[in-house]
Design a protein around this ligand. Structure first.
Ligand SMILES: Cc1cc2nc3c(=O)[nH]c(=O)nc-3n(C[C@H](O)[C@H](O)[C@H](O)COP(=O)(O)OP(=O)(O)OC[C@H]3O[C@@H](n4cnc5c(N)ncnc54)[C@H](O)[C@@H]3O)c2cc1C
Ligand code: FES
Ligand code: FES
Length: 1339
């Protein structure tokens, strides 16, 4: 067999060549070298194809080396405009917006199987023979929606819509495999796609409506198998409408019977790399022998590069796809279990489940089933193979591989073949030190156990329950003699990952051999030995060494309690179990004023159908315009230094790179600042002019022909630094160094706090800290700027503030603001990050377009976005509180240090004083804000900025007061509730205050008194599981001041339809739907007549940002005023018309009479107090903590919310759920970490940064809107819902705190302690003061 060519280089001058079509025939490449003129020929592997064929939504595509081997399926789908509904964010498998479903021939079952996969992890060349379905292949509003899309809409599961195609495709792939699932199975399957908006309840409800065990209703019931796979039009590849006349469109267009496609060997040669797909082991061995010294890598699921970027295919010259080798898919059971290397995690899971009761495997398959369900996500499990996971461990000994843990626990042996066909059998430990060059893992042999004396258990504790690598993994395999006090019959196996590079607790294993595990003294000595030999590595990104060491002991103890169950006291049994999470559920209760519909009507978003089918366009979905270029930021990797020089030579040498732009390219008279000076913001440099303030700061811009090249080139710009100083990224360190900005806001006072505290019967002092929070909007910061023929720029971008974006761009380019036209259709989430931070992106994009005089698009990749853009401000507060013996507040003195990052813009401190009182009356206050400067990106507004930390500080003080009095915190809270007529510290009289009755109602409806008793009984009965309850109220002031918005309503005379353009931005909150509802109500027309247009800078000159929860209601107010003006003109005409004219007739008549059918209104609300009105609400949350590990779950949350007369209960409840969940992320899972030397953000991707996922939501989540509570000060009697729900998420943290208190009571330490936010798993466990000395049998 002729050997494959090493690479297509001219043998004379070594210049690389691309084998273009026509030059490569039957595997022979012949061409004349364009560099030296030499005529050369190469023969590729015989009988191999050099193209591959696959289908997308039934349309067949054949591709070859016209695309690079490193191109992903996602990149191809989007760059070829085949599927823009398949979204792009993390490009590392961790967000799930890119899910598609694929049907492929699977040798394990010898059938075609459908799987959901992450298109960003799949290389294009892997798709040989695949039938791919994208969201466009399911349905659309024109052809009819697929039932999955319909349900998502019906259950209001789409807010900004960016994740919706991913959610739909996850379910589609799942139902294809399991058309009649249970609710539990559905919920288990939802572990792949993050949603930052909805809080998941609505998505889960939509998907669980297909379950066989769901309660049947109008919108629920299993899907008919006929409806599952829609018929596709053969012409368009979209669902068949039956209109194009293509008769063959009647079949499903998906090539149902095309099994075993793609089974031919493949060899594709490009200028950068070669792709091989051998189909036999000998062919694979030949390649390994040939390329053992080359820069090669094997490819199976290709997910490894989601963890380690060095595995990205573009780093290799030779890529060998093993998917076609059927011999690697085997499963054999006699006498040991032999598993082929190509088995995916899903294949293994299916096997573990199926064989869980078999006598030979029941010792560990059931446990492995549970474990495997928590590894990665279903879409990763569908493609990742176990051999790949072991190779990640092989390359990175510190990788916490679940597969390694499981396989090593049972003593697996690997079969490894060298390219010269020598086969060896090695243990996993030996494998880790084996040189794998030129070798391949072909199979693993796992033992079977036919005795019942084997106890095997594996554990994983992760920062988040789903889609998260483990902090610590552990596996135990013991042969025990139950009749001899659990004597360990042979040397046991104790595997640990996440501690250090050492995988076994060898000393403990040796010690335990022959010992009686049921002997308390043996347990004690084993734990001491274990603690001694666990030497955790130190790494700023990992959990603390102390926790990891402690956890290793705790997991072993858990195992012992399990294995020796009968030895432990019943109270201690709780330590043997993991938290049990049943299927979640939610209840939403509200009233609606039916006679006002469509106002107040619970309805889903107008755009929901387009979002669910992938047709809704976000910025990066816009088609390219002619000549469009792509830009990427070059960012600093030093946090406090001076730039000596920047060298872009290597970057500029890359094909396709056009320009490197620096601050010096800003045109004469332009400002090197991306902030709005008219709004009083301080300068922040667009591109660093010399002094680097933080790692991640933009230094320059690369402009290139495509986004990938721009990004790669940006990373190749060399930057030299001098005067490198240690960056300060820690708030406490900055406070100690007195690193403060000058001119902080003055202390705010009411009464005399010092005097009141001094004269109080009781006092507490303390401090509390709150972390940051990444906005994690699913659509990143983006902009597209096109120079126009008017000397200006047309800008489409992801800003929350059209007007100021225009101002900033004009300032940078030194052009009139009127020359900048900014447009925004919708945002894929924003949460405050796009109020002022999009100015950076749009400013840079505008500069690039100006310099190039060509259209430029700048879509930040997630990693750059997380590094360059600031987040929620962290705070640290020191407080002193004076109060009575009963707990009534007398005086409060707080100093709040706000970590502003590198600029004081957006510190959130100015609003502290007006929010910090929350629900409590206290006559004497002093609040001193301090603006702390750190070497971080300037922190910025994040949903409920200022107010969320302010209220958390207040609630922490209330907890402290209560604890010092040994009182129930709820009682102390209620004692201090504001009542009607009282005055807040900033002088607002509460003419309306329903806090106390609202809380009474909530406590009754959630049965609080009885549940308190139940919790106490539970805590008495369980040593290692503890529960806690907490009630947190909120009074959230809604201030309209500064809320200037333009609203424009136009009625078209020809058909009577109506267009609205308003001053807000639709970013998932439903502003378009609410304004349309209001318009329909005011004009008395059906909703179907109304369209809401995208926002533009012409109509929205001088409009304020969308934020502060006020935009929907103020724009609704603008619509009302426009409609009033229109009615004032229309009604006199209508009244003169005979009979009851139709709307159309009235409009026609008006038009003919010359009536202006357009109307404009500019809102400029004025009120004396900072707030127009207050939102009142309260939430009771119950949580459970696994004391040994620190894992926790929210058992139940009940929120009662005064929303006035909600304009749209469905949307408002969506906001409440989403807001509450964002708050849970803030308090429980999201944490930013920095490199202490460079100041770089270490948590810049989905691997390390963990927003909540579906199994983080309350298991039972009930939201009720307060009935009969019209808001006389609101727009149409409503109240807002965007931010206040976050305030009550601290109820979860405090419920956990109370559970921790119960754990500390066990060791006599139930005294006051601080529980800072966020309280991650490790913080919770450490707060419980878990110590291996406590690990006994309890009797
Ligand atoms: C979002 C995400 C979440 C994840 N979560 C977890 C988690 O919770 N727990 C966990 O343990 N892991 C996790 N992983 C890692 C995942 O398990 C691995 O990426 C995966 O197992 C690699 O398998 P693959 O088939 O994709 O290998 P590939 O990416 O195709 O290859 C990876 C490496 O394995 C080599 N290789 C592949 N097959 C063979 C073979 N037969 N013989 C020799 N070498 C071979 C390749 O040369 C390459 O070096 C996660 C990954 C992602 C992207
Ligand atoms: S873009 Fe593919 S998982 Fe995030
Ligand atoms: S709707 Fe899910 S991310 Fe916005």
């Amino acid at each position: 067999m002729p050997l494959p060519v090493p690479c297509l280089k001219c043998p004379v001058c070594a210049v690389s060549h691309t084998p273009v079509s026509g030059h490569l025939k039957n595997g022979v490449y012949a061409s004349t070298c364009q560099n030296c003129g030499f005529f050369f020929k190469f023969r590729a592997v015989e009988d191999t194809a050099d193209t591959l064929t696959f289908t997308v939504n039934g349309t067949q595509y054949t591709v070859g080396n016209d695309y690079d081997p490193s191109m992903t399926l996602l990149e191809w789908l989007r760059s070829q405009n085949v599927s823009m509904g398949t979204k792009k964010l993390c490009l590392e498998g961790g967000c799930g917006v890119c899910l598609v479903s694929v049907k492929l021939y699977e040798p394990v079952t010898t059938t075609n199987q459908v799987y959901s996969v992450n298109a960003c992890m799949v290389q294009l060349y892997m798709c040989d023979g695949w039938e791919i379905t994208t969201v466009e292949g399911l349905g659309n509003p024109a052809a009819g929606l697929h039932q999955i899309q319909q349900r998502l809409i019906q259950y209001n599961g789409s807010q900004c819509g960016f994740c919706s195609p991913g959610q739909v495709m996850n379910m589609y792939g799942f139902l294809q495999r399991n058309p009649a699932p249970t609710k539990q199975q559905v919920e288990d399957n939802f572990d792949a796609t993050i949603c930052r908006c909805t809080g998941y309840r609505s998505i889960l409800d939509a998907m669980k409506s297909f379950a066989v065990d769901t309660t049947r209703s109008k919108y629920s019931g299993p899907i008919d198998i006929e409806d599952l796979t829609p018929k596709l039009c053969k012409t368009s590849g979209t669902p068949c409408t039956g209109k194009c006349g293509h008769k063959e469109g009647a079949d499903n267009g998906r090539g149902e019977n095309s099994t075993q496609q793609g089974s031919a060997p493949l060899h594709i040669v490009s200028t950068t790399a070669q792709w091989f797909k051998p189909t036999t082991l000998p062919a694979l061995y030949a390649l390994l022998k040939q390329y053992r010294d080359a820069n090669y890598r094997l490819v199976f699921g290709n997910t490894g590069f989601g963890v380690y970027n060095e595995l990205a295919p573009n780093n290799y010259d030779i890529l060998i796809d093993t998917r076609g080798i059927k011999a690697l898919y085997g499963i054999d059971f006699d006498p040991v279990i032999v598993l082929g290397a190509n088995l995916s995690f899903s294949n293994l899971l299916e096997l573990f489940e199926r064989m869980g009761t078999d006598p030979a495997t029941k010792a560990y398959f059931p446990d492995f089933t549970k474990h495997m369900k928590q590894v990665a996500s279903n879409s990763i499990r569908n493609v990742a193979c176990w051999a790949g996971s072991l190779m990640l461990k092989h390359k990175h000994l510190d990788f916490t591989s679940d597969i390694y843990t499981m396989l090593e626990t049972v003593g697996t042996k690997l079969f490894i073949v060298d390219g010269d066909t020598t086969e060896s059998q090695v243990s996993l430990e030996d494998f880790l030190t084996l040189d794998m060059k030129g070798k391949v893992i072909i199979a693993a042999a796992l033992p079977t156990y036919n005795t019942d004396d084997v106890f095997i258990k594996t554990f994983r504790v992760a920062p988040r329950l789903q889609l998260s690598h483990g902090y610590v993994l552990a596996g135990f395999n013991f042969k025990l003699d139950k009749n001899d006090n659990f004597r360990v019959k042979v040397k046991p196996t104790m595997v640990f990952q996440g501690i250090s590079a050492k995988n076994h607790a060898t000393n403990t294993e040796n010690y335990l051999n022959g010992k009686q595990l049921g002997d308390p003294q043996v347990l004690k000595t084993a734990l001491t030995t274990l603690a001694q030999e666990m030497a955790p590595s130190v790494d700023p990104v990992l959990a603390s060494p102390l926790y990891r060491k402690n956890l290793a002991c705790a997991l072993f103890y858990k195992f012992v309690l399990n294995a020796c169950y009968v030895k432990s006291a019943p109270r201690f049994h709780s330590g043997s179990m993991n938290l049990n999470r049943p299927v979640s559920s939610g209840v939403q209760t509200y009233d609606t004023v039916k006679q006002d519909w469509p106002l107040d009507e619970p309805m889903t978003k107008l755009d929901a159908a387009y979002q669910a089918c992938g047709e809704a366009k976000y910025l990066d979905d816009l088609p390219l315009v002619q000549g469009e270029l792509h830009a990427a930021f070059v960012i600093s990797n030093q946090g406090n230094a001076t730039i000596t020089y920047m060298d872009a030579t290597a970057a500029l040498a890359m094909a396709g790179v056009q320009k490197f732009i620096t601050a010096s390219d800003i045109p004469a008279g332009g400002k090197n600042s991306f902030t709005s000076h008219s709004q009083g913001m301080k300068t922040e440099e667009l591109l660093c002019s010399g002094q680097v303030l933080y790692a991640g700061q933009p230094l320059g811009i690369i402009v290139a022909a495509d986004p990938q090249t721009a990004l790669k080139a940006a990373s190749m710009v060399k930057v030299a630094y001098s005067n490198v100083q240690k960056p300060v990224t820690d708030l406490n360190e900055a406070i100690q160094l007195k690193s403060f900005f000058p001119d902080p806001p003055d202390p705010s006072t009411a009464g005399d706090a010092a005097k009141a505290i001094a004269s109080s019967a009781r006092r507490v002092t303390g401090s509390i800290q709150m972390g940051t929070q990444a906005h994690f909007h699913m659509e990143t910061q983006a902009s597209r700027c096109v120079p126009n023929d008017d000397g200006g720029l047309d800008v489409q971008c992801t800003t929350q503030w059209i007007d100021a974006t225009g101002e900033v761009i004009a300032g940078i380019l030194n052009i009139p603001q009127s020359a900048v036209t900014v447009e925004v259709k919708r945002l894929g989430g924003a949460f405050g990050a796009k109020i002022t931070r999009n100015f950076m992106t749009s400013g840079a994009c505008a500069l690039a377009a100006h310099v190039m005089q060509r259209p430029v698009r700048l879509v930040m990749d997630l990693h750059t976005n997380m590094r360059a853009v600031g987040k929620r401000n962290p705070y640290y507060a020191q407080y002193e509180v004076g109060f009575t013996d009963e707990g009534k507040l007398n005086g409060i003195n707080v100093t709040v240090y706000g970590d502003c990052g590198s600029s004081p813009n957006g510190s959130g401190l100015s609003s502290m004083f007006i929010c910090i009182d929350n629900a409590y009356n206290c006559a004497n206050w002093k609040v001193t804000p301090v603006l702390v400067k750190t070497n971080k990106a300037s922190n910025t507004a994040c949903r409920a900025p200022g107010s969320l930390p302010a209220q958390f500080i207040m609630e922490s003080m209330m907890e402290h007061v209560a604890k010092s009095l040994n009182k129930d915190p709820s009682d102390v809270r209620k004692l201090n509730f504001y009542t009607k007529g009282q005055v807040t510290p900033f002088g607002m009289k509460l003419d309306y205050c329903n806090l106390a009755p609202l809380v009474t109602q909530l406590e009754t409806s959630c049965n609080l008194a009885a549940r308190k008793t139940e919790v106490s009984v539970f805590n008495q009965a369980n040593r290692w599981k503890k529960r806690g309850l907490s009630m947190v109220p909120t009074k959230f002031g809604i201030g309209w001041l500064g809320g200037t918005y333009n609203v424009f309503v136009a009625i078209y005379h020809a058909d009577g339809t109506i267009a609205i353009e308003h001053g807000g931005i639709e970013m998932g909150q439903g502003i378009n739907t609410k304004t349309a509802q209001v318009c329909a109500y005011e004009l008395g027309v059906p909703m179907s007549l109304i369209r809401v247009k995208k926002g533009s800078s012409v109509c929205n000159a001088n409009s304020m940002t969308t934020g502060g929860s006020i935009t929907s209601e103020l724009n609704a107010m603008g619509v009302i005023e426009c409609c009033k003006a229109l009615k004032a003109r229309i009604d006199p005409i209508r009244q003169k018309m005979p009979g009851t004219p139709t709307w159309q007739q009235v409009v026609t008549q008006c038009y003919q009479k010359g009536v202006d059918l357009t109307s404009h209104y500019y809102t400029f609300p004025v009120h004396k107090e900072p707030f127009r009105y207050n939102v009142y609400a309260a939430t009771v949350t119950e949580a459970e903590v696994d004391v040994l590990t620190g894992q926790c779950q929210i058992i139940r949350s009940d929120m009662l919310y005064d929303c006035g007369e909600s304009m749209n209960p469905e949307l408002d409840i969506g906001q409440m759920e989403g807001g509450f969940m964002m708050g849970l992320g803030y308090h429980l899972t999201e944490k930013e970490k920095f490199d202490p030397t460079t100041g770089e953000v270490l948590t810049y991707g989905t691997w390390e940064y963990k927003p909540p996922m579906p199994k983080d939501i309350p298991i039972d989540f009930r939201i009720a809107l307060l009935k009969n509570a019209p808001n006389s000060l609101g727009v149409l009697r409503s109240k807002t819902a965007g931010e206040p729900p976050l305030m009550m998420s601290s109820s979860a943290l405090f419920a956990i705190k109370h559970a921790i208190e119960a754990a500390r009571a066990e060791i006599g330490q139930d005294t006051f302690f601080i529980l800072n936010s966020p309280a991650l798993v490790e913080d919770i466990q450490m707060a419980c003061k878990v110590d291996p000395a406590q690990f006994t049998f309890g009797q």
